[in-house]
Design a protein around this ligand. Sequence first.
Ligand code: ATP
Length: 191
Amino acid sequence: MFLKRVEMQGFKSFADKTVIEFNHPITGIVGPNGCGKSNITDAIRWVLGEQSAKSMRGDKMNDVIFAGSANRRKVNLAEVTLVFDNSDHILNQQEGEVEVTRRLYRESGEANYLINHRPVRLKDIVDLFLDTGLGKDSLSIISQGNVLSFAESKPIERRSIFEEAAGVAKYKKRKLETLSRLERSEQNLEQ
Ligand code: ATP
């Protein structure tokens, strides 16, 4: 599974439809400060289900919609689509290519999530990426702030980052879930 393409329209500084193809082993995006490089990783995390406006670097979720510029009116809709190569079927979908879309309308506040053009719930998107190593908080996306916090973190905090990279974190999470289910069962037995 790999990310083939990002399509954005009306998202942050991308007023017009912008398509970025990741068709080389390494793709570098360069540009002056403030030109919108980090907005691209914001767009990716947004589609993966990010719900925190703060982590989108805004005050409210509406702030991700293009707000207008000196010579351009604001728009009413932000839409981002991620296109994944799924020929190895790591994503639990039949198709060899999976498109995941998120939309947000300014006026109505209506939000849409789609997998291969089919309307789904946010939970379906989160489930789709669960255990693939790609989630809104996963190590697949390391932003400027992450690098600094990694350098400054305590050894115990750094350990959790290594655990996620080594794939141990998901087993720890499952263990905790199972233990809490066991505890509930024991309480039921006692009752
Ligand atoms: P740096 O190199 O300084 O980190 P960058 O290239 O990563 O910068 P970003 O932080 O991605 O840049 O982009 C910031 C730009 O995006 C700012 O010019 C800001 O005005 C613009 N921007 C963010 N949200 C919106 C929005 N809703 N509408 C229009 N422009 C926006």
